[in-house]
Design a protein around this ligand. Structure first.
Ligand code: GLN
Length: 343
């Protein structure tokens, strides 16, 4: 179960909008203060460079759907986006190829297994299952239309930069560290190739995937990237239309079912928002029509999700009324017509 620690925090309903800017500033500051001293979890070390992170780093950022920014803590510390890139590369692929193609070629169902599972591919006749696990993310990256590897990389970097509203740079140290140790991802790509499920050369596909995971972001960036998905595909800070509203919707529905891997059901049960986590300690949680929370804190729970980040997301979801499933009955003055809302 996701640890949420919400005793005494009243559930605000998701009906209606978000509170005013000052209240959001206060709640973000409170989410940070509430968990800053929580020192649980382990910093990832299977990618050697990640083990050098400071376990006390903690940043909480919220970008609302009007582009307003509400931040606390280490929101400008750079870290590698890792698996959170999967959400945004999925959006680029969905935009380029369409809803049907993604559904048919990659799939949109949860594997119920870990993010890097080989067994999941084998159990499903070679299907990568969904774009949020490593096999599906590698297959999705390979689907992006481009004439050659450089062009495909530009497309990924430019696309993710537009989501963030600023140029994102590759962290060369992370890229090299992961390139030397990503044997399992190479095995997954070869396995997909053996099932004829990979559109390009497996070495190139894994290299691109490793690059996308090594893009450097901050908690502030994650909040803006998520807010673009919350705002119908238009970056609320720059006004840039990055993807269509349909693509933003499809991305969020996939995140709801698969974004937190085999723990997506528990996450949805506790927090009620589409979200994506990465092993460097980032989480983005998106409230459609309202905004997004980006958090950064390196210590992870056993499933690979940031401990402080999940608590801060849970707190803000409840206190701000972001949980998609938390409704309140309409009052008589809300009714759409004298006959009532269902007429
Ligand atoms: N680049 C990492 C990997 O492929 C991403 C995993 C993650 O963030 N969960 O192992």
């Amino acid at each position: 179960m996701f640890e949420t620690d919400l005793t005494g925090v009243p559930q605000t309903s998701a009906t209606g909008g978000v509170p005013d800017a000052e209240r959001m500033d206060d709640l973000v500051a409170h989410a940070h203060a509430r968990y800053a001293d929580l020192d649980e979890g382990e910093v990832a070390d299977y990618i050697p460079i990640l083990a050098e992170a400071d376990r006390s780093w903690f940043g909480v950022a919220l970008t609302d759907a009007r582009g307003g920014s509400h931040v606390a803590g280490d929101v400008d510390v750079a870290f590698s986006i890792q698996s959170i890139s999967k959400a945004f590369v999925f959006a680029l692929a969905c935009e380029a190829l369409g809803h049907e193609a993604i559904h048919d070629v990659v799939g949109v169902n949860n594997t119920g297994l870990a993010f890097n599972s080989v067994v999941a591919v084998e159990l499903n006749d070679g299907s990568p299952m969904n774009s949020m696990v490593n096999a599906g993310a590698i297959a999705t990256t390979a689907l992006l239309p481009a004439a050659h590897a450089d062009e495909r990389w530009q497309r990924i970097r430019d696309g993710l930069s537009r989501f963030a509203g600023r140029p994102l740079a590759l962290d060369g140290e992370v890229y090299r560290s992961e390139s030397f140790t990503n044997h399992r991802n190479q095995a997954l790509a070869r396995l997909l190739q053996s099932y004829d499920r990979l559109a390009i050369d497996p070495v190139e596909a894994v290299d691109l995937y490793t690059r996308q995971c090594s893009l450097s972001v901050t908690a502030r960036d994650l909040a803006v990237m998520g807010a673009t998905l919350a705002h119908g595909g238009v970056n609320p800070v720059t006004g840039d239309r990055v993807v269509s509203a349909d693509t933003a919707r499809d991305t969020l529905s996939l995140l709801a079912s698969c974004g937190m891997y085999e723990r997506s059901g528990e996450w949805l049960f506790e927090i009620g928002l589409p979200a994506k986590s990465g092993v460097a300690g980032g989480i983005v949680a998106i409230a459609p029509g309202k905004g997004a929370v980006g958090t950064f804190s390196p210590p992870l729970d056993p499933a690979g999700n940031s401990v402080r980040g999940q608590r801060a997301c849970a707190y803000l979801s409840r206190a701000l009324g972001l949980n998609l499933f938390a409704s309140a009955p309409l009052t008589s003055s809300d009714a759409a017509s004298p006959e009532g809302v269902l007429s």
